[in-house]
Write a protein that binds this ligand. Structure first.
Ligand code: IPM
Ligand code: MG
Length: 374
């Protein structure tokens, strides 16, 4: 039986008003192919509940593509991606392709060329997960790393000379700009201002790196002065690495350069109980280009294809993407669903000490997304 004309008209007008987001999907390698469909399932379910739509367009880029074409990305990949509102990335890495090829030809150029200068990484111990740090509970580990994502030690400038001879040399330059430090610091302080403890810990190494890191400290101190309500402390990166283990409860927002942030966020994920949980946003706060959201974990070739990868990091990254797109309520609903699944401890993938599959974990999150679920 067809609906009466009036009802149909009402539906049409609702559809026209509904926000639609165009999402580019690069599932990539290994378990990226398993966790990204899980994330899409949850994002789609949340979109239905919150009255918006996501249109997903898949790109085949990654290591298989490289083995076929000699390239990790299409030559015009950046132009293609510019047409999207956001990018949802799985994992990149394959034992058949050198790591510096997969990183330097896919993920790093996208971060740099799309001016995603913030790498935002929440590191929380969720209730229901056991930290490898004895006696630590969720109240002790709740930090977020604001990592500079476009320059610094990862700028890619350098070269090699006299390759394969005893005179061989390699140069790897770090580039730090006042503009680059200022904008990442401002983002970190503005974020700290929204958090209850309002603390920034700046990771430096100005005792040894007397040019770049002394300038880092100076610029961070200048930005700190704009945020008198936020407390800022600086720690040398080796000391903050130790502090994350010994006193994680004293850390809130961690502000770090590209390489320091990379290292500190692996510590943060590890003390949060599993690499399978932590998400990551590569964000251009100026919104002139699409931002890119990904799980922190890699492609995990050892478990790829078995259907047992933990989808939580990818689902959480998807929630961060929705938050960035302006769908805060959908983000919060997904986070609550994740917390409920982890908290009741019945469904756990092997990385969390259980036997659940990716599909079972995804179904559990989806079930708790229902408004009536407790
Ligand atoms: C990460 C990864 C990347 C990085 C690699 C793959 C280049 O470790 O996202 O943390 O170092 O940024
Ligand atoms: Mg890393």
């Amino acid at each position: 039986m067809s609906a009466p004309p009036q009802t149909r008209r009402i539906c049409t007008s609702i559809e026209i008003q509904m926000n639609t987001y165009r999402i580019a999907v690069i599932a990539g390698d290994g378990i990226g192919q398993e966790v990204i469909p899980a994330g899409i399932e949850i994002i789609t379910a949340a979109a239905v509940q919150h009255g918006f739509r996501c249109e997903f367009t898949e790109f085949p880029w990654g290591s298989e593509f490289y083995l076929r074409t000699g390239r990790m990305l299409d030559t015009d990949a950046v132009d293609q991606l510019m047409k999207f509102d956001a990018i949802y990335l799985g994992a990149i890495g394959d034992p058949r392709v050198p790591d510096h090829v997969t990183a330097r030809e896919l993920i790093l150029p996208l971060r740099q060329r799309l001016r995603q200068y913030v790498n935002l990484r929440p590191m929380r111990l969720l209730p229901g997960i056991t930290s490898p740090l004895a006696g630590r509970t969720a109240a002790d580990i709740d930090m977020v790393c604001v990592r500079e994502n476009s320059e610094g030690e990862y700028c890619g400038i350098g070269g090699r000379l006299h390759s394969g001879t005893p005179d061989e040399l390699a140069q790897q330059t770090g580039i730090f700009t006042r503009r680059g430090i200022e904008r990442i610091a401002r983002y970190g302080f503005a974020l700290a201002r929204t958090r209850p403890r309002k603390l920034v810990a700046s990771a430096t190494k100005s005792n040894a790196l007397q040019h770049a890191m002394v300038m880092w400290d100076e610029v961070v101190a200048e930005v700190a002065a704009e945020f008198p309500d936020v407390t800022c402390r600086k720690y040398h990166v080796d000391a903050i690495a130790a502090r994350m283990i010994t006193h994680p409860q004293t850390l809130d927002v961690i502000l770090a350069s590209n390489l320091f942030g990379d290292i500190l966020t692996d510590i943060g994920s590890a003390i949060s109980g599993s690499l399978g949980v932590g998400p990551s946003g590569n964000i251009n706060p100026d919104r002139t280009t699409p931002s890119m959201f990904e799980p922190i974990h890699g492609s995990a070739p050892d478990i790829a294809g078995q259907g047992v990868a933990n989808p939580i990091a990818a689902i959480w990254a998807g929630a961060m993407m929705l938050d960035h797109l302006g769908e805060r309520a959908a983000h919060d609903a997904i986070l609550r669903a994740i917390e409920r699944v982890i908290g009741d401890e019945r469904v756990k993938t092997p990385d969390l000490g259980g036997r659940a599959t990716t599909a079972e974990m995804t179904t559990a999150v989806r079930a708790r997304l229902q408004p009536q679920a407790a």
